[in-house]
Design a protein around this ligand. Sequence first.
Ligand SMILES: Nc1ncnc2c1ncn2[C@@H]1O[C@H](COP(=O)(O)OP(=O)(O)O)[C@@H](O)[C@H]1O
Ligand SMILES: CC(C)(COP(=O)(O)O)[C@@H](O)C(=O)NCCC(=O)O
Length: 306
Amino acid sequence: MNKFINYDEISRETWQNLYLSSIVPLTNKELDAIRSLNDEISLQDVIDVYLPLIHLVRLYKKNIEDLSFSKGLFLQKIVQTPPLIIGISGSVAVGKSTAARLVQLLLSREFKKLSVELVTTDGFLYPTAILEERNMLDRKGFPESYDMERLLDFLYRVKNSERCEIPLYSHETYDIIEDKTQIIDQPDILILEGINVLQNPQSELLYVSDFYDFSIYVDADEDLIEKWYLERFDSLLKLAENDPHNYYHQFTKMPYDEVMQLARQTWTNTNLPNLRDYIEPTRNRAEVILHKAANHYIDKIYLKKF
Ligand SMILES: Nc1ncnc2c1ncn2[C@@H]1O[C@H](COP(=O)(O)OP(=O)(O)O)[C@@H](O)[C@H]1O
Ligand SMILES: CC(C)(COP(=O)(O)O)[C@@H](O)C(=O)NCCC(=O)O
């Protein structure tokens, strides 16, 4: 059966011409802001793929506002439109955080008066000490390594316009940061990024999926993602060279080939099985799938039909 049976497959060439006329071109200042997120991002991708994507989010947002208004008429009272929540998922190292930061920047530009917050689900990983205690350090990233009840509670509170304080994760220390938190205080739009955002834990009454108004899955072939994982590992090693507090510092003291062999093993034994067993099976829950080819070039876009 066609893997994307419930999607329209749209080539980049078709997609890039959608809604072009209504989109204001990026200014030099905005282009600089994008480059400062990650200087490898292709600005052509931003123009061809992300600007129409942001336009699509605007349509979903309008739809939700219209529905709140109609509900208000029905109930004969004012119904506040809850914050819009966007989920961004995909494999470890596929480029989710880069995509999420870009979407945040472009949404802030599109909706100048609205607050657009970004949260990554890393913060909901159990701290290393707990993972060690439960003998599941090698299960980091798998569903059981996250406090999903807490994530669900957080989403509920955001939708309910409550102030939230949530933990933060550091890739440098490879653990939850003890003395730092992130405050999310009634944003208009929340972007939630992580490998598990489309997984479906349930509390007594709610499913995580109940909270998303729009969702994106970043997709690519496994071999490419492995390459990007190893390249990122190499960059993390370089950053850690002179920082003994950095988790990756220990690896800078070992022969390079051995370290890269370890990274390959982590990919093969941890991140790849996680992708196959728990992440990719959630792909068909996303509204939009961004398919990447070599060099992170987005060649195809899938939009959910139903
Ligand atoms: N659009 C892009 N263009 C070029 N490089 C990218 C792009 N997106 C991600 N990368 C690179 O790929 C690697 C993984 O990206 P990252 O956003 O950290 O992934 P994730 O959050 O999915 O783990 C990083 O080294 C990042 O610099
Ligand atoms: C913390 C993570 C689960 C989160 O994923 P990411 O932010 O890289 O998408 C991942 O980076 C990770 O640490 N995986 C465990 C195996 C590893 O060290 O790569």
